[in-house]
Design a protein around this ligand. Structure first.
Ligand code: ACO
Length: 325
């Protein structure tokens, strides 16, 4: 049976230049490099300049992904940006990215599912590509989580960072087999009864302010391990592959202990798990494409590999995607 698959034909990422170390944070809140590394695995994070909005990071990542795919901006007919830290309430970051890429045609919109945003956005884009509604789609995860920090709250401000990652999706004919190139299966979830565990205490229709990120860290941690493991299993089932068949796991980079907890629960070989949390911290929707790009560029993930992306975030949202590169 012939099917249209969304194949990843290019990948790129971008991190703002400024690096903030744990030692830097220990100067502004009562914390230490030792505590942060032991509880989270994080050593440093990148921080955007005041005059460097989320769309700037997104555009840099998009340009690299397009170059990697051998495509130009005028060939792009869809842009989806997964973000929870838009430049403005509207227009969408995707619209601004389209303008900055010098294009004025095609579909462009944002997806807001916090840390699960990139996996959600891939799912949305896959629907467009599979129905012939997009021939060259840019899916971008771009975040400036440092804008949402309460810099007096040591339990959250040490966890997050800024960055962007992007992929180009193009239709490829497949056989409906697990050997097909492209996105093979998804599991996307939300449990809205747990909105109070992780949220921002502001917004245009509540306080009229941007607000700060608030989190019940312990509870989020517990849900993350259970939910992500469930999502991974379900996405593999949807793709028709076994968890053991997966060559590389690219998890959302929130906390090394969550990554390890999920790995232990699923019995994963830790050498198959990509981790960049030490260098990037939690960049929300950007974390998966940043880690994915890093592992492709350093030669670990290769064409033909079976890759599993998984995430969980505010909502609570979570999800996973099995793909063959
Ligand atoms: N430095 C030093 N001490 C700290 C810090 C800090 N930065 N932050 C908290 N502490 C203290 C607390 O005040 C507490 O002190 P107390 O015992 O005197 O009250 C102590 O450390 C232990 O606090 P816990 O919250 O129990 O620490 P825990 O081991 O749970 O680690 C953490 C906290 C890292 C936030 C953990 O709960 C976690 O990782 N949760 C998941 C959070 C996460 O990753 N969320 C993102 C996923 S979803 C998304 O990506 C949006």
């Amino acid at each position: 049976m012939t099917v249209i698959r969304s194949a990843i034909t290019g990948v790129g990422s971008f991190l703002p230049e400024q690096i903030v170390t744990n030692a830097d944070l220990a100067k502004i809140v009562d914390t230490s490099d030792e505590w942060i590394q032991e509880r989270t695995g994080i050593k440093q994070r990148h921080k955007a300049r005041d005059d460097q909005p989320t769309s700037d990071l997104a555009v840099e990542a998009a340009r690299k992904a397009l170059l990697d795919a051998g495509r130009t901006a005028d060939e792009v007919d869809m842009i989806i940006v997964a973000t929870t830290t838009p430049d403005m309430t509207f227009p969408s970051v995707a619209s601004i990215v389209q303008r900055k890429l010098g294009s004025g045609v095609g579909v462009a919109f944002d997806v807001q599912a916090v840390c699960s945003g990139f996996v959600y956005a891939l799912g949305v884009a896959d629907g467009f590509v599979a129905r012939g509604m997009a021939k060259c789609a840019l899916v971008i995860g771009a975040e400036e989580m440092t804008r949402l920090m309460d810099w007096t709250d040591r339990s959250t401000c040490v966890l997050f960072g800024d960055g962007a990652g992007a992929v180009v999706l193009e239709p490829r004919e497949g056989q409906g087999a697990t050997t097909d190139q492209g996105l093979l299966g998804f599991a996307l979830r939300c449990d809205g009864t747990k909105t109070d565990l992780l949220y921002v205490d502001g917004g245009p229709a509540s306080t009229g302010t941007v607000g700060h990120l608030r989190m019940a860290g312990n509870q989020v941690f517990r849900h993350a391990v259970v939910n992500i493991a469930e999502g991974v299993t379900a996405a593999c089932a949807a793709a028709g592959v076994a968890v053991d068949d997966v060559d590389w796991f690219v998890p959302h980079q929130a906390n090394q202990r969550i990554i390890k907890g999920v790995g232990d629960r699923l019995g994963l070989d830790e050498n198959k798990v990509v981790s960049t949390v030490a260098l990037h911290a939690n960049t929300s929707a950007a974390s998966i494409p940043l880690a994915f790009d890093a592992a492709i560029k350093d030669g670990r993930i290769k064409r033909g590999d079976l890759v599993l992306l998984e995430a969980m975030g505010g909502g609570l949202t979570w999800g996973a995607c099995a793909l063959r590169l």
